[in-house]
Design a protein around this ligand. Structure first.
Ligand code: ADP
Length: 363
């Protein structure tokens, strides 16, 4: 085996808990081949022995060779990109009591919608709240909060977050004008993510809600290394495909010792209400389901997907199912209106669900 072949194989070994490989992380410092011994010098700073052993094992399994002895040598940490925790608090401007990440395995499950309404619910309960849209590849806050201006940068190069609806808001979209930096890779993303904490004047906050990009990428890695996360909420839809992805995300938070506060299942069902004037206390059949009509009115929940996925996942992770949010046209329309539903219609069924989740989080 030659050095470049070994390197190619190592590109398929992921850092434990992440979707990114150890070569692109810059952890592989040197490969030495001496007769039948391959030595791989690895920069790895985690004090987590289990993680270390797991990584060594997956390197040996991946190289899978009988002709060589494989020796993985862990180098003392220097300035590698992969640094576990030091003083994470020092990386955050201002005084933020709780930093909570809203995460999902894949896009389009309603994570941004939930992060926004959860932040707004916390704010409506009287907590000083900030919302940081870290979905740098597709920032949504400029649209969902109807914000179309650049934040002010002061003489010390610190950014003042934009205030709306009693919340402090920050999004890559406020700076970039929504030009998604799709070509950004690791170190640049890491730097940008850090700056959202270090260079933004958050001031005093009870809660800072983070809207993460989907999956387990560079933003998540930076957060787990540099930022004192107090908890994470996992958003999923009830169908299986999304759950497979969500599992990876949830497992990543567990591996980096961030406590999981709970699962929110979105688009769990659709509530259908209707009236059939004149039809009193009878049954009608919709989609092979018998529905009661009482005083000319009917009301039932229709499952859009196989149901129960969120509950199943909450059992697996041993964390609560915080809410089952129905498919709601009002919620969908509110996203383009610039005002979160929980503020415009706090008394609606969905509004109440968000307030309820916010109360659970504060507990
Ligand atoms: P993600 O952040 O996971 O990519 P978004 O929050 O951007 O997802 O939501 C994707 C789309 O689904 C948006 O158009 C949003 O308005 C819509 N949506 C999210 N949750 C619901 C819901 N419960 N009912 C109806 N539409 C929803």
């Amino acid at each position: 085996m030659k050095k470049d072949q070994i390197l190619e194989k190592l590109k398929t070994v992921n850092y434990p808990g992440f979707n990114r490989d150890i070569v692109s992380f810059g952890m592989v410092k040197e490969i030495v081949i001496d007769r039948d011994i391959i030595t791989i010098m690895l920069s790895f700073s985690s004090k987590n022995e289990e993680k270390k052993e797991q990584l060594i094992k997956s390197i040996i399994d991946t190289l899978n060779t009988d002709n060589f002895n494989i020796n993985v040598k862990i180098l003392e940490q220097t300035n590698s990109d992969v640094v576990d925790t030091t003083n994470k608090e020092a990386n955050v401007q201002g005084n933020i009591k709780n930093i909570i990440a809203v995460a999902s395995g894949k896009g389009g499950v309603g994570k941004s919608t939930i992060a926004l309404n959860l932040a707004a619910a916390l704010s409506s309960l009287g907590f000083k709240t900030g919302l940081l849209d870290l979905d740098i590849y597709g920032p949504s806050l400029p649209i969902t909060m109807g914000v179309n201006k650049n934040p002010i940068v002061d003489e010390n190069q610190k950014i003042t977050p934009i205030e709306k609806n009693n919340m402090k808001l920050m999004s890559f979209g406020f700076i970039s004008g929504n030009q998604a930096p799709v070509v950004w890779r690791g170190p640049l993303v890491a730097k940008m993510t850090e700056q959202f904490f270090k260079d933004v004047n958050w001031g005093e906050l009870d809660y800072l809600i983070l809207d993460l990009p989907p999956g387990t990428g560079d933003v998540q890695l930076t957060l787990s290394q540099k930022i004192p996360l107090d908890g994470a909420i996992i958003v999923t839809t009830p169908n299986d495909i999304s759950l497979t992805d969500v599992r990876k995300g949830a497992d990543m938070f567990k591996k980096v010792d961030t406590s999981l506060l709970g699962v929110i299942e979105n688009m769990s069902y659709m509530n259908i209400k209707g009236e059939i004037p004149g039809k009193e206390n009878q049954k009608i059949v919709i989609n092979n389901k018998q529905i009661d009509v009482i005083d000319g009115k009917f009301n039932f929940n229709f499952n859009l997907f196989k149901s129960g996925g969120g509950l199943e996942e909450s059992f697996r992770l041993n964390i609560p199912l915080l809410a089952e949010i129905p498919y709601s046209e009002d919620l969908m329309l509110s996203i383009d209106s610039g005002d979160p539903l929980v503020l415009s219609s706090p008394e609606s069924d969905v509004g109440k669900i968000f307030i309820n989740v916010a109360k659970k989080i504060t507990k």
